[in-house]
Write a protein that binds this ligand. Structure first.
Ligand SMILES: Nc1ncnc2c1ncn2[C@@H]1O[C@H](COP(=O)(O)OP(=O)(O)OP(=O)(O)O)[C@@H](O)[C@H]1O
Ligand SMILES: [Mg+2]
Length: 259
C-alpha cells in the first residue's frame, strides 16, 4: 500500500513572500504526526497546497502514489484526504447534528439543502445519524447535538468541525489547530481519541498545533518542526526534544536543561 501523502520540495510564494520554502515529508498509513512551528511559518499554507486550495509554486504532492499536485480540493478529498480549517466554517444556521449530517462545506461540497433532499435509504440514513451521535459522543459534545451552531463557543465549534471531518471517514486527516480554544483536559482527551482512531482504524492524522509542550505529551509518532517556511527538524518526539536546532531556534533556549 502506498503512503497516503508524500510532499516533495513544496514551495508557495505570495507576491515576493516565500511562505513555504521547499518542504518535503511523508505520512505513512496509520501514522499520527504533529506539525508545529511559530506564527506565520507556513503551516496553514502547506495544508492549503496539499488540500488543493492553493496551487503550489513548485514541488509535488503525491496521494496514495498518484500525483495530486494541481488537483482541486474535491478531487483531493475523493482520494481520501480531508482537512479542517484553522478558522472553523460551520453552517451557523444549522444545529450541531445537522452540521455533521451534511457533506463538508469546504473541499467544495454541493449545496447542503440538496443533499438533504436527495433520497437515501432509511437504514443508511439511520446509520449516518448513529455515527454522527457516536462521533459527538467521542468529542464529548453529544449533549449539544440540537443546539444551533451559532450558539457554540470557539472551542466547541472546533470540536464540531473535527466531527464533520470524521463523518467522511477519511484515510488521512489534516487538522489545522483543532484544539485551539479547547480547555486543556478536553484537548488532551481529543488527542487520545485521535490516537485511538489512528491505532484502531489505521487512519493517518497530520495535526497542526502551536504548543510544543502539548504536542510532546500527545503520543504522536513523529513531529515536523517548521520555521520560516522550511522544515527545521523532523523526527520522533524524543529526537525533536534532543535537537539543538529546535531548542535554540524554536524554544528559544540555548541548552536543554538536565532535570
Ligand atoms: N493568501 C495569502 N496571501 C498572501 N500571504 C499569505 C496568504 N496566506 C498566508 N500568507 C502569508 O504566508 C505566511 C505563512 O502563513 P501561514 O498562515 O501559512 O502561517 P501559519 O504557520 O499557519 O501561522 P499561524 O500559526 O499564525 O496560523 C505568513 O507570512 C502569511 O501572512
Ligand atoms: Mg495557521
Amino acid at each position: 500500500m502506498k503512503n497516503p501523502l508524500k510532499v516533495s520540495g513544496l514551495i508557495k510564494d505570495f507576491s515576493g513572500l516565500r511562505a513555504v520554502d521547499g518542504i518535503s515529508f511523508e505520512i505513512e498509513g496509520g501514522e499520527f504526526v504533529g506539525l508545529i512551528g511559530p506564527n506565520g511559518c507556513g503551516k496553514s499554507t502547506a495544508f492549503n497546497c496539499i488540500s488543493g486550495l492553493l496551487a503550489p509554486s513548485n514541488g509535488q504532492i503525491v496521494v496514495f502514489g498518484e500525483d495530486a499536485t494541481y488537483l482541486r480540493p474535491d478531487q483531493i478529498q475523493s482520494m481520501g484526504i480531508t482537512r479542517t480549517f484553522q478558522h472553523t466554517r460551520l453552517w451557523r444556521e444549522m444545529t450541531v447534528i445537522e452540521n455533521l449530517l451534511v457533506p463538508p462545506r469546504q473541499q467544495f461540497a454541493p449545496n447542503p439543502i440538496l443533499s438533504f433532499l436527495r433520497p437515501r435509504s432509511r437504514p443508511a440514513e439511520r446509520e449516518r445519524v448513529d455515527k454522527a451521535y457516536e462521533i459527538l459522543d467521542s468529542l464529548e459534545i453529544s449533549h449539544m447535538a440540537h443546539n444551533m451552531s451559532s450558539e457554540l463557543s470557539g472551542g466547541q465549534s472546533k470540536l464540531v468541525d473535527i466531527g464533520r471531518a470524521l463523518m467522511g471517514e477519511p484515510q488521512c486527516l489534516l487538522l489545522d489547530e483543532p484544539v485551539a480554544g479547547v480547555a486543556g483536559p478536553l484537548a488532551e482527551k481529543i488527542f487520545v481519541n485521535l490516537r485511538n482512531l489512528v491505532s484502531e482504524q489505521g487512519m493517518s492524522v497530520l495535526v497542526i498545533e502551536h504548543n510544543m509542550d502539548f504536542i510532546l505529551r500527545t503520543g504522536v509518532d513523529k513531529i515536523i518542526v517548521m520555521d520560516h517556511g522550511k522544515i527545521l527538524m523532523l523526527g520522533t518526539p524524543e529526537e525533536v526534544m534532543a535537537s539543538r536546532a529546535v531548542t535554540e531556534a524554536y524554544l528559544g533556549v540555548t541548552e536543554v536543561q538536565a532535570v
